[in-house]
Design a protein around this ligand. Structure first.
Ligand code: ADP
Length: 402
């Protein structure tokens, strides 16, 4: 391996997010995204951080992922950072579902592609887009190592007691129904960064990670290994999210079908896209919800309260799963920015050693930081996540060892 740069690609169904990093100092050379692929109003936003940082934007039809990646390659070329550069060591792809078999970042070959394809029935929205991104990148640089970093990998250490649903074992196995968990790259990164913040090795700490973005998940991490997480077969289970319901009685689905007359597709859309905060109050942005709460809006208040109630249940549950908790780490858009969420999540839990210091909690920073009072039994921390850096780091380490 000669180069020191890694391109990270996160290919969604109609978008591609990318970052080019220099792994000598983990600096970002360029970041960007292509949105609304396949529409007339596609948009590419490219920011060449290495060269002055002036963002460039273009709008106009970008037909498919291949066209999107070519457009990105052209933008990178303009800054002398093109995909053809010998400085590029590898491309790291975020792949949402790696099933049980992918427990580590993996160099992509035909067998790996076939496995990712075989997992499409359990990740129908995500894996096809990830595959398209990989194939397109391979076509552009067939000689370059391409690495898949799986959202599920960090959770493959969950014991069977946490990973299995209590349903008929044969039926579950036949359909590969179990709890896989997602956001694993973030949970891995944040749990390690939390240990570092405490001045300890990951093996020496137990951490509850609360990844609260538009999608949201909690995980219980014992000595650096995930032992439970709130998302399951799909990212629908667990916490209340921006547009997803999280946990509910499965019989709600039978009821909606039998009594409500909804189709399976209707119910899927209802629970994934029209539930959670947006279903409860019409907004899924926590900033807007807090603004409405402060104005005395009852629906926003109820949505906030339901969100917090669920979050507190998971904190309590993972406290019991771990037995000893050294730290709770808040991360992602809501976790990093919404002080009222952090405050409400641990309010009244002093008996568990949990508290936030109002001034520390209110202070804004992009750095990992403690928000618990001096001398607290359990550290409460805000730890900004960085999934792209984690993907690049894992990718670079893997190709360096080839
Ligand atoms: P995802 O990657 O899941 O799309 P992010 O981690 O970027 O989501 O989080 C996006 C969410 O973060 C927004 O929907 C919003 O609710 C919340 N958010 C972002 N900034 C703030 C802020 N300053 N205060 C409160 N919430 C915020």
């Amino acid at each position: 391996m000669t180069g020191t740069r890694v391109l990270v690609l996160n290919s969604g169904s109609s978008s591609v997010k990318y970052q080019l990093l220099d792994m000598r100092d983990s600096s970002r050379l360029a970041v960007g995204l292509v949105e609304r692929i396949g529409e007339e109003t596609s948009r590419l936003k490219h920011t060449p951080l290495a060269n002055g940082g002036e963002a460039r934007e273009q709008t106009g039809p970008i037909a498919d992922h291949e066209a999107a990646l070519k457009a990105v390659a052209e933008e990178l070329d303009k800054d002398g950072l093109g995909l053809g550069s010998p400085e590029l060591a590898a491309i790291g792809h975020r792949v949402v579902h790696g099933g049980r078999q992918f427990t580590e970042p993996t160099v992509i070959d035909e067998r790996v592609l076939a496995e990712i394809e075989r997992l499409i029935p359990v990740a129908p929205l995500h894996n096809p887009a990830n595959l398209t991104g990989i194939r397109t990148a391979q076509a552009l640089r067939p000689d370059l190592p391409q690495v898949a970093v799986f959202d599920t990998a960090f959770h493959t250490t969950m014991p069977e007691s946490a990973a299995r649903y209590a349903i008929d074992v044969e039926t579950a196995d036949e359909h590969r129904i179990r709890r896989y968990g997602f956001h694993g790259t973030s949970h891995a990164y944040v749990s390690r960064a939390t240990a570092k913040l405490l001045g300890k090795a990951p093996e020496d700490v137990n951490v509850i990670v609360l990844h609260l973005g538009n999608g949201a998940s909690a995980s219980a991490v014992r000595a650096g290994r995930c032992v439970d997480t709130s998302m399951g077969l799909t990212p629908l289970e667990g916490l209340v999210m921006g547009t997803r319901s999280g946990d509910l009685d499965p019989a709600v689905i039978f009821h909606l079908a039998r009594v409500g007359g909804l189709s399976m597709d209707d119910i899927d859309t209802l629970l994934n896209k029209k539930s959670g905060l947006i279903g409860l109050c019409g907004d899924n942005d926590m900033r807007e919800i807090r603004r409405r709460v402060d104005e005395g809006d009852e629906r926003a208040r109820l949505a906030f309260d339901i969100y917090i109630h669920r979050l507190r249940k998971y904190i309590g549950a993972y406290y019991a799963v771990l037995g000893r908790v050294d730290a709770i780490a808040f991360t992602a858009g809501v976790g990093e920015n919404a002080a009222p969420v952090r405050e409400a999540a641990v309010a009244g839990l002093e008996g568990l050693g949990l508290a936030v210091d109002a001034e520390r909690n209110g202070a804004r920073s992009d750095e990992p930081r403690l928000i618990s009072p001096e001398g607290a039994r359990v550290a409460v921390a805000v730890v900004p996540t960085d999934e792209e850096l984690e993907i690049a780091t894992q990718t670079y380490a893997l190709v360096g060892s080839l």
